[in-house]
Design a binder for this molecule. Sequence first.
Ligand code: GLN
Length: 494
Amino acid sequence: MTDILNVSALEYVQMVRTGSFTVSEFLSETLDQIQDLEPRLHAYLSVADEAALTSQAKGIDRRLRSGERVGACAGMPISLKDNLCVAGGKTTCGSRMLEGYVAPYDATVVSRLRAEDAVLVGKTNMDEFAMGLTTEFSAFGPSRNPWNTEYVPGGSSGGSAVATAARECVASLGSDTGGSVRNPASFCSVVGYKPTYGLVSRYGLISYANSIEQIGPLTRTVGDAAFLLNIVAGSDANDDTTLDGGTGGGEMATDYLEGIDDGIDGMRVGVIREMMDDNAVDPQVAEATCRAVSDLEQMGAVCNEISVNMVMYSVAAYYTITAAEAESNLARYDNLRYGYDHVMDGYGFSSYIEEARRMFGPEVARRIIVGGFVSSAGHAGQYYMKALKVRGRITQQIGEAFQTCDLLVAPTVPILPFRMGEKSDNPVELFMVDLNTVTANLTGRPSISVPYAVSREGLPIGVQIMADIMQDRLLLRAARALESKAALGEVPLG
Ligand code: GLN
């Protein structure tokens, strides 16, 4: 690997514009890196056609040379989680069910990246339909952690985190329903950022749990996350839940890079007690988080412990609500409207659909069964409605916490990355790994995982910061400050 692949997105843009390298050179290095590492890491489910990429890169080089307009990404290789639709390309969602699905349109984030001359190198591996946190539930085989290939890379946007950490792209977009951007970011030592709910259009993101999920960047620096948000954020007529807060035009245009280096002097930081519980948190993770808190103090923040006791019920509420939404979203895969293309001979209407739905993997099937149960007439009061009440209470408590705090801090994941296969047979144990991430999703708050330390075994540890709704700029500023104190080694690349 050559050194140029180590550049951040912001450096890339500057260097390509001043002629340190060409788009074509950088692309060819990236494709070589992909070819070298993919047999070991399996970050990608598909890589775009080399000839098409090369001709796009040449076109951008030509425009750079002749002084024509070139978009903000200036030919930067970016990867996309395989639940984001790219027109004419395969979008499998990590599922056999969509193995042959070719999206007829671009997701809004994809068209915004294209408009800024990003080079979309490929689609990254993920847990099937984004359900999971290890990438082991991909129907096409797991991705591996580049820090140690015996370990899971986290998930569900595992491929995006691996590709970004291993320099197989400059940055990536994933989706975060309950931690799927932040968790793999933490496990692979990259930045993972879930923006405020509604800041980024979900049009063209294949739905898992609409009321909860957001698309977010995985990058090697906090500045790069702000850079990507500048491109993808903003209201969209195709997604009614979007808020006006992007640079995509409109009066509320925000530049998320502005003031990012202003530091955190005087900010009030709450450290959530329920996310630091000795019984749940690995001692090395706890120790790193405490060090991060003292770094923040040293930079002028005022840190205090704070209790948000409803957090204890967050995982139960999260899995009840998301299962119900998933069950409804996944009903469309009946093989008549969407899905696998079976020969229909010998089947009746129901048996055909039944046969088709066997294409779902065991984790997805479990969620569908649970989702149908918790929202069914006889049980909704006991489960789904109760979960909604819990969600309301957590939202209220988090709102109260932000009356006295500007930021809330916790470990991103309570434990260190674990070995492949270690937890894949124990769903409930896996669910509990989401303890610290789901609260931001249930309450719509922005949250970021900053790579902060490396354990004695050489495994990454991330620290999570959460901010109040639409305080994304403040969040990125704090993350930038914390990043400046991180003690990271270099990724050994398997
Ligand atoms: N682990 C969580 C789940 O399986 C989160 C997944 C996600 O954020 N997409 O639902």
